[in-house]
Write a protein of this length. Sequence first.
Length: 93
Amino acid sequence: MKFDQQEWKREGEEILEKLRAQFKTLKTWDDLQEFFITMKTTRRSFGIQGKRRTCSVFGWQQVSDTRVYYLYDDEVSTGKADICNLYRYLTIK
């Protein structure tokens, strides 16, 4: 069986589109935790990255049921946002 690179790319773009749409619907800490599980169970490696930085987000801390702190992989920069607004500051790549 031959590897079809175009099919692999198309499938990845579809998964990414679905993840980005789901990311915009998050409202609570539980929703965010379910989203992390969904990201990890795809056959691809996706990550969350800042829109204004090239840094990935890797640390999360719950402030309330609807608010979080996050840490970028430079281990210095942080962010704080309502979960429902995360898509404004972060993106899935």
